[in-house]
Design a protein around this ligand. Sequence first.
Ligand code: HEM
Length: 496
Amino acid sequence: MSAIQNLFDRLVHLDVVTILAIGASALLLAHILPYLVDPSGIRSYPGPLAAKLSHVWLGWIAARGRINTVVHEEHQKHGPFVRIAPNHVSIAHPSALQTVYGHGGGALKSDFYSKMVQFRGTLTVFTTRTREDHTRKRKMLAHTLSQKSVLEFEPIILKYQRILVDHWDRMCADAAKGLGGSVGQCNWCARDGRAFFDCLPWFNYQAFDIIGDLSFGSSFGMTAEAKDTTEIAKSQDDALDSFGIEKAQLEYETIAAVKTVNDRSTYAISIAVLPNWWVPMVRRLPWYSSGKNAMEAIATMAVTAVAKRLRTPSIRNDLLTKLLEGQDEKGNKMGSLELSAEAMTFLIAGSDTTSNSAGAITYYLAHNQNAQAKLQRELDEALGAPTKNEDDEDSRAIRYDQLKNLTYLQDAINEGLRLHSTVGVGLPRVVPEGGLTILGKTFAPGTIVSVPTYTVHRDKAVWGEDADVFNPDRWTRGDKAAMQKAFAPFSVGSRY
Ligand code: HEM
C-alpha cells in the first residue's frame, strides 16, 4: 500500500473535531509560512496584519466597495508605503505614477485584469497582459478612439444631450409652477420654484444610450423613457450564432442594465483581487454567484447588441464600424468573439465611468454656489442666453468647439475628477525581471505594486491644506506642473 493511501486511510478514521483542527492548522500555516519566508522581501512594509497574512482583507474591502477609502486611511496612518496583500504594496506618491505605469518601468498588468473583464477567455485591450498583445490591440483600436473619431461621433452624443435637456427643461418648468412629478423611473419635487431630483440615474441612462448608439447603432432607449431597462437575448450562444444572419430570430428578456453594470463592477473587482486558485471556490458563495450572473448578463447585452447591429449593416461612423475596419499589422480583422469582447469593454469602460464622473462634478457644483455662479458667468459670456426656440438645436446641446477654450469649465471638470476619480483604486502592476526602484525602495520581481489615485489626488503636499475641498480655483493659483504630475483620473503611461 502506498504511503499516500496509508495516510488517506488514517485520515478517514479520524473524528470530525480532529479533521477540523488539522484543516484549521493547515490553513493557518498556509498563511503564516509565506509571511515568515517573505519571498517578495516586503515584510518591513507597514499595513493591517490581516492584509499581510491573507488576500481576504483586500477581497473583503473590495466586496464592500471600499478599497479607495480604506487604503487611503491606511496611508494616512503609515505614509506612502502600505502592504495591502501578502504580495502587494500600495505606494501613494505622485512620483511613483510614472515609475509604475510609465513606458520605461517595464511593469506589466497583474492577473487582476484577466478576472476583471471575462468574455469566453477572449482577451481585450483592457485585459491583455503582454506588450506585444497590447500593442496589437491598440493598433486595431487606434483609429476607433482617436480625437478625430471622437469628434465624428459628436452628433450622436449631442442627440442624447438634447433628450436629457428637454426632460430637465420640462421638469424645471413644472417646478416653477410648484409642481413635482415623475417620468419613467425618475421623480422630482418642487421647492421655491426649483426642481430637486437625483441626477445620477439620468447620467447613467444618457451614458448607456450614447455608448449603445456609438457601439451598436441603436441606443437602449433609456434617456427618452427615463427607465433602466434594456432587452438582451435569452441565450448568449444563440446571439453569437446569429452574427451576420439576416433573418435570425432571437428570444429576448428585459434586464436593468445600469443596475447590472453596477453589480458587475463590485463583483468583478472583489474577485479580481483574489488569487486565481481561490476563484472557482469563492464563486460558489451566494453573493458572488449573483455577481457572476451580472457579469454574464453584461456579456450577453454586448453580444445581443453586436448581433443586432450586424444584421442591419451601416455605413455610419460609429465605434462598431471602426472596430470592423480595424486590422492588426498582418491585415487580420477581428473575429466575432474578439469583436464582442471589445464591444463589451466599451460598454463597461465607457458607461459608468462617464456617468459617475458627470454625477460627481454636478454634485460638487450644486454644493458649491460660488463655483456654480462663476461657471455660469463663463458659460453665459461664451454662449449667450439659451433661446426658447425648439428648432434651435445648438441652444440645447453645446458643441465641443464652443467649450474647448473655457478655462473655468475645464478646471471645474478636473477638480471633480480629482476628488471623485471613478477609477480611484491603485491599478496593480507586476514588478519586472531585474526589480523596480520606487522612491528609493527596490522591489523584487513578481511583487505587485500599485499607486492609489484616490490618495494621490488628496496629497496635501501637492494640492494644499484644502485638498479635500472642491475648489476649481486651485488649478490656476497652485503649482500647475506639480498638480499635472499628480493628476491621473485616466491613469498614465502605456496601459500595458
Ligand atoms: C470619465 C470617464 C472615464 C474614466 C475616468 C476612465 C478611466 C480609465 C482608466 C483609469 C483607464 C486605465 C485602466 C488601466 O490601466 O488599468 C482606462 C482605460 C480604458 N478606457 Fe477609460 N475612462 C473613461 C471613459 C472611457 C470611455 C468613454 C471609453 C470608451 C468608449 C473608455 C475606454 C477605455 C479603454 C478601451 C481602456 C483600455 C485602454 C488600454 O488598455 O489601452 N474609457 N480608462
